[in-house]
Design a protein around this ligand. Structure first.
Ligand code: IDP
Ligand code: MG
Length: 152
Protein backbone atom coordinates (compact mmCIF):
# COMPACT_ATOMS: atom_id res chain seq x y z
CA UNK A 1 0.00 0.00 0.00
CA UNK A 2 1.48 3.38 -0.99
CA UNK A 3 1.86 6.11 1.63
CA UNK A 4 -0.99 8.07 0.09
CA UNK A 5 -3.34 5.10 0.56
CA UNK A 6 -3.11 4.88 4.36
CA UNK A 7 -6.57 4.65 5.92
CA UNK A 8 -8.02 5.60 9.28
CA UNK A 9 -11.39 4.96 10.91
CA UNK A 10 -12.97 8.15 12.27
CA UNK A 11 -16.25 8.36 14.14
CA UNK A 12 -18.42 11.21 15.38
CA UNK A 13 -19.72 9.91 18.71
CA UNK A 14 -23.39 10.24 19.79
CA UNK A 15 -22.84 13.61 21.51
CA UNK A 16 -21.27 14.97 18.33
CA UNK A 17 -24.13 13.70 16.16
CA UNK A 18 -26.75 15.13 18.54
CA UNK A 19 -24.97 18.49 18.61
CA UNK A 20 -24.97 18.72 14.82
CA UNK A 21 -21.20 18.39 14.40
CA UNK A 22 -21.13 15.66 11.71
CA UNK A 23 -20.79 18.04 8.77
CA UNK A 24 -18.20 20.19 10.53
CA UNK A 25 -16.04 17.21 11.46
CA UNK A 26 -16.26 15.45 8.08
CA UNK A 27 -15.55 18.79 6.43
CA UNK A 28 -12.31 19.28 8.36
CA UNK A 29 -10.98 15.98 7.00
CA UNK A 30 -12.18 16.75 3.46
CA UNK A 31 -10.58 20.19 3.52
CA UNK A 32 -7.28 18.79 4.81
CA UNK A 33 -7.17 16.72 1.62
CA UNK A 34 -8.25 13.29 2.80
CA UNK A 35 -10.45 11.15 0.59
CA UNK A 36 -13.68 9.87 2.19
CA UNK A 37 -13.94 6.15 1.40
CA UNK A 38 -17.04 5.25 3.42
CA UNK A 39 -19.59 7.15 5.48
CA UNK A 40 -22.55 5.84 7.47
CA UNK A 41 -24.84 6.71 10.36
CA UNK A 42 -24.90 3.63 12.60
CA UNK A 43 -26.76 2.61 15.75
CA UNK A 44 -23.97 0.42 17.14
CA UNK A 45 -24.81 -2.77 19.04
CA UNK A 46 -23.20 -3.58 22.41
CA UNK A 47 -21.37 -6.44 20.67
CA UNK A 48 -19.88 -4.15 18.03
CA UNK A 49 -18.74 -1.65 20.66
CA UNK A 50 -17.29 -4.36 22.90
CA UNK A 51 -15.22 -5.57 19.97
CA UNK A 52 -14.24 -2.03 18.92
CA UNK A 53 -13.12 -1.14 22.46
CA UNK A 54 -11.90 -4.61 23.50
CA UNK A 55 -8.52 -3.27 24.66
CA UNK A 56 -10.33 -1.15 27.27
CA UNK A 57 -12.56 -3.92 28.67
CA UNK A 58 -10.76 -3.92 32.03
CA UNK A 59 -10.94 -0.15 32.56
CA UNK A 60 -13.24 1.15 35.31
CA UNK A 61 -14.91 3.52 32.84
CA UNK A 62 -15.73 0.75 30.32
CA UNK A 63 -19.45 0.32 31.24
CA UNK A 64 -19.93 4.09 31.12
CA UNK A 65 -18.13 4.22 27.77
CA UNK A 66 -20.43 1.56 26.29
CA UNK A 67 -23.54 3.39 27.58
CA UNK A 68 -22.25 6.68 26.12
CA UNK A 69 -21.52 5.10 22.76
CA UNK A 70 -25.01 3.57 22.67
CA UNK A 71 -26.82 6.76 23.67
CA UNK A 72 -27.57 7.53 20.00
CA UNK A 73 -26.29 6.96 16.48
CA UNK A 74 -22.68 7.54 15.52
CA UNK A 75 -21.38 8.83 12.19
CA UNK A 76 -18.64 6.43 11.12
CA UNK A 77 -16.33 7.19 8.23
CA UNK A 78 -13.05 6.17 6.67
CA UNK A 79 -10.44 8.63 5.50
CA UNK A 80 -7.61 7.81 3.13
CA UNK A 81 -4.45 9.78 2.49
CA UNK A 82 -0.86 10.42 3.49
CA UNK A 83 -0.45 10.16 7.27
CA UNK A 84 -4.17 9.45 7.77
CA UNK A 85 -3.74 7.75 11.17
CA UNK A 86 -1.30 10.17 12.77
CA UNK A 87 -2.81 13.32 11.30
CA UNK A 88 -6.28 12.01 12.17
CA UNK A 89 -5.26 11.75 15.83
CA UNK A 90 -3.66 15.21 15.79
CA UNK A 91 -6.82 16.70 14.27
CA UNK A 92 -8.97 15.09 17.00
CA UNK A 93 -6.79 16.33 19.86
CA UNK A 94 -5.88 14.67 23.14
CA UNK A 95 -8.29 12.12 24.62
CA UNK A 96 -9.10 14.56 27.43
CA UNK A 97 -10.43 17.77 25.85
CA UNK A 98 -8.96 19.68 28.80
CA UNK A 99 -5.52 18.79 27.37
CA UNK A 100 -6.37 19.18 23.67
CA UNK A 101 -4.48 21.79 21.67
CA UNK A 102 -6.48 24.76 20.37
CA UNK A 103 -7.78 24.17 16.86
CA UNK A 104 -8.30 20.46 17.37
CA UNK A 105 -11.82 19.05 17.23
CA UNK A 106 -11.93 18.11 20.91
CA UNK A 107 -10.56 21.47 22.01
CA UNK A 108 -12.99 23.34 19.80
CA UNK A 109 -16.10 21.32 20.70
CA UNK A 110 -15.66 19.39 23.97
CA UNK A 111 -14.89 19.79 27.67
CA UNK A 112 -15.10 16.33 29.27
CA UNK A 113 -13.15 13.12 28.57
CA UNK A 114 -16.33 11.03 28.76
CA UNK A 115 -18.01 13.24 26.13
CA UNK A 116 -15.17 13.89 23.75
CA UNK A 117 -17.18 13.97 20.51
CA UNK A 118 -15.01 11.85 18.23
CA UNK A 119 -12.88 8.74 17.74
CA UNK A 120 -9.85 8.08 15.55
CA UNK A 121 -7.72 4.96 15.10
CA UNK A 122 -4.44 5.02 17.04
CA UNK A 123 -2.22 2.94 14.69
CA UNK A 124 -2.22 1.65 11.12
CA UNK A 125 -2.96 -1.85 12.45
CA UNK A 126 -5.92 -0.76 14.57
CA UNK A 127 -7.17 1.38 11.68
CA UNK A 128 -7.33 -1.65 9.38
CA UNK A 129 -9.01 -3.68 12.14
CA UNK A 130 -11.59 -0.95 12.79
CA UNK A 131 -12.31 -0.31 9.09
CA UNK A 132 -12.99 -4.03 8.63
CA UNK A 133 -15.08 -4.22 11.82
CA UNK A 134 -17.36 -1.30 10.93
CA UNK A 135 -17.44 -1.48 7.12
CA UNK A 136 -16.29 -4.96 6.10
CA UNK A 137 -13.34 -5.64 3.85
CA UNK A 138 -14.62 -4.55 0.45
CA UNK A 139 -14.81 -0.76 0.55
CA UNK A 140 -13.29 0.69 -2.59
CA UNK A 141 -10.97 3.60 -3.19
CA UNK A 142 -11.32 5.86 -6.23
CA UNK A 143 -9.18 8.39 -8.02
CA UNK A 144 -9.63 12.14 -7.80
CA UNK A 145 -8.22 14.71 -10.21
CA UNK A 146 -7.50 16.92 -7.19
CA UNK A 147 -4.94 14.42 -5.85
CA UNK A 148 -2.51 15.85 -8.41
CA UNK A 149 -2.89 19.22 -6.69
CA UNK A 150 -2.84 17.97 -3.07
CA UNK A 151 0.22 15.73 -3.41
CA UNK A 152 3.66 16.73 -4.72
P1 IDP B 1 -8.90 7.76 22.41
O1 IDP B 1 -10.37 7.85 22.07
O2 IDP B 1 -8.26 9.12 22.44
O3 IDP B 1 -8.16 6.78 21.55
P2 IDP B 1 -8.83 5.74 24.51
O4 IDP B 1 -7.84 5.67 25.60
O5 IDP B 1 -8.77 4.75 23.40
O6 IDP B 1 -8.79 7.24 23.94
O7 IDP B 1 -10.27 5.68 25.19
C1 IDP B 1 -11.43 5.49 24.41
C2 IDP B 1 -12.51 6.42 24.87
O8 IDP B 1 -12.87 6.08 26.21
C3 IDP B 1 -12.10 7.90 24.98
O9 IDP B 1 -12.18 8.59 23.74
C4 IDP B 1 -13.10 8.42 25.97
O10 IDP B 1 -14.39 8.63 25.36
C5 IDP B 1 -13.23 7.24 26.93
N1 IDP B 1 -12.32 7.39 28.07
C6 IDP B 1 -10.98 7.21 28.09
N2 IDP B 1 -10.46 7.43 29.30
C7 IDP B 1 -11.52 7.78 30.08
C8 IDP B 1 -11.65 8.12 31.47
O11 IDP B 1 -10.68 8.18 32.22
N3 IDP B 1 -12.92 8.41 31.91
C9 IDP B 1 -14.01 8.37 31.09
N4 IDP B 1 -13.93 8.04 29.80
C10 IDP B 1 -12.71 7.75 29.30
MG1 MG C 1 -8.39 4.73 21.39
Amino acid sequence: MSANQERSFIMVKPDGVERGLVGEIVSRFEKRGFKILALQLIHPSAELLQEHYKDLADKPFFPKLLAYMQSGPVAAFVIQGKGAVKIGRVMLGATNPQDSAPGTIRADFALDIGKNVCHGSDSVESAEREVALWFGDNIKSYSRAVDNIIYE
